[in-house]
Design a protein around this ligand. Structure first.
Ligand SMILES: Nc1ncnc2c1ncn2[C@@H]1O[C@H](COP(=O)(O)OP(=O)(O)OP(=O)(O)O)[C@@H](O)[C@H]1O
Ligand SMILES: [Mg+2]
Length: 161
């Protein structure tokens, strides 16, 4: 799970004082999404991970409901010619569940996989191209960006910050 940081475009966190700020950040990120990216979403309960995914899908033009995959663990979306996979592994328990779930096949180099609570499947999940780490502040949130691969670096290089 731990890999060296290849590039850190943002040493400083990006401030997300409200949900509108999260939506604006998601709009920038949406433009840089490419097939095959694996994005880990880190941060405590309620830190804003699902909010980011919802805003990302909306920025891509998705107008359906975006549910948190709290119980299903995975929700699938097709929008703007992209196949997005939204995982929430908070309730994920063991390796057998991974083998039985077919999750491995979702990381096919074409799907864009956004993974909440990647720590829960450490050693099973493919490595990330990018991680977004959300912190809860007194007012709003902030997010720290890390890229671990050239593809991740390209994605983050065009973001503000
Ligand atoms: N930038 C922001 N500023 C203020 N509030 C926010 C921001 N982003 C999200 N929130 C609020 O935080 C709450 C929890 O957000 P969200 O469900 O996205 O968290 P999460 O990180 O996915 O949590 P979990 O780990 O439980 O899935 C929501 O009520 C949402 O409105
Ligand atoms: Mg969530």
């Amino acid at each position: 799970m731990r890999c060296p940081v290849l590039h850190e475009p943002n040493h400083n966190p990006i401030a997300l004082p409200d949900e509108a700020a999260t939506a604006a950040f998601a709009t920038s990120l949406a433009k840089m999404l490419r097939p095959g990216l694996v994005i880990y979403l880190r941060g405590n309960l309620g830190a804003g991970k699902t909010t980011l995914v919802r805003a990302l899908l909306q920025a891509l033009g998705y107008d359906g409901r975006v549910k948190s995959p709290t119980y299903t663990l995975l929700e699938r979306y097709e929008v703007a010619g992209l196949h997005l996979r939204h995982f929430d592994l908070y309730r994920f328990r063991d390796a057998e569940e991974w083998e039985g779930s077919g999750f491995r096949d979702e990381f096919d180099g074409s799907n864009i996989c956004l993974v909440e609570w990647p720590e829960q499947a450490a050693g099973l999940l493919p490595p990330a191209d990018i991680s977004l780490t959300f912190e809860i502040l007194q007012d709003g949130r902030e997010v720290l960006l890390h890229a671990y691969t050239p593809a991740g670096q390209t994605c983050l290089s065009a973001l503000p910050g």
